[in-house]
Design a protein around this ligand. Structure first.
Ligand code: AMP
Length: 267
């Protein structure tokens, strides 16, 4: 595996390839990332994985500082997965050029955009920079971060004429979605997160039979039973993320704080 630290090296290494798949990550590589990598390897000639913990998408300095990092372990996992190229830039390399900032429409300020001010503007900013550097044919993104996937597909997929491929969420046996942030959870919090994931899965199934599931009651029950703070618990359609649109495919979205960590998931 070639580890490329700057744009020049990256361009030199992949300039002759046409069918490149790109898997952007913030490291702490887990089975969720691995599944995106495997899908990319199946569908592309060469796969580039990037690891970059993007400071501009964290709305709290402490959250950025505490974000789990273990580059040695990541490199060893990526080698085992037979990744060809790892793009590992530093902040200066990514942010050396001035670019226009992204602004969200009013209708986009829902779910995480409502509760993490500036987060998606930061995500769009860094993805815009990464996509202009990597120039891939496909980008593989997890539906675990569904709102992120939808925004990037709509705004940057169009701009770069790149195929943004949404990939299914990988879960532990206890139903928790794999996430780098899970490393910050105590055992007791993991048990609760597992119970919540199982409950969400059931609620989604129930909603398919009986559309009148009372989510505000469920939200209070979760908060009282597990002593957590729920930012949102909402049914939204997959295409436009409109509330309670049961006519088309929809998902149950949740974000909550537990043990000082904010977790998101959808079912
Ligand atoms: P992150 O490193 O958390 O920024 O995630 C990098 C990519 O992996 C994003 O496209 C995520 O949506 C995706 N991802 C994270 N967790 C999972 C998971 N459990 N299953 C599938 N994809 C995931």
């Amino acid at each position: 595996m070639k580890i490329l630290k700057d744009v020049f090296e990256l361009n030199k290494a992949v300039k002759n390839y046409k069918n490149v798949g790109f898997v952007p990550t913030m490291g702490g590589i887990h089975k969720g990332h691995a599944s995106l990598i495997k899908i990319s390897q199946k569908n592309s000639k060469e796969t580039i994985v990037s690891i970059f913990v993007n400071p501009t998408q964290f709305n709290q300095r402490k959250d950025f500082k505490n974000y789990p990092r273990n580059i040695k372990k990541d490199i060893s996992i990526l080698r085992k997965l037979k990744v060809n190229y790892l793009f590992l830039p530093d902040v200066n390399e990514i942010y050396k050029k001035k670019t226009k900032n992204f602004k969200l429409n009013k209708s986009d300020k829902i779910l995480c955009a409502k509760y993490r001010k500036g987060h998606f503007e930061g995500v769009l900013n860094v993805m815009n920079r990464l996509l202009s550097i990597v120039k891939s044919k496909h980008v593989f993104m997890g539906k675990k971060d569904f709102q992120q996937y939808i925004l990037i597909k709509r705004i940057l997929g169009k701009k770069y004429k790149i195929n943004i491929v949404g990939c299914d969420t990988i879960r532990e046996n206890n139903k928790i979605a794999l996430s780098t942030r899970n490393k910050l959870l105590k055992k007791s919090a993991i048990k609760i997160a597992s119970k919540i994931a199982i409950k969400m899965d059931k609620l989604k199934r129930l909603s398919q039979i009986n559309k009148s599931v009372d989510l505000s009651k469920c939200k209070s029950e979760l908060e009282n039973k597990f002593k957590i703070k729920v930012d949102y618990l909402e049914f939204r359609d997959e295409k436009k993320l409109k509330l309670n649109n049961f006519k088309s495919k929809y998902r149950l979205f949740i974000a909550y704080h537990i043990n000082g960590v904010r977790l998101i998931d959808n079912f």
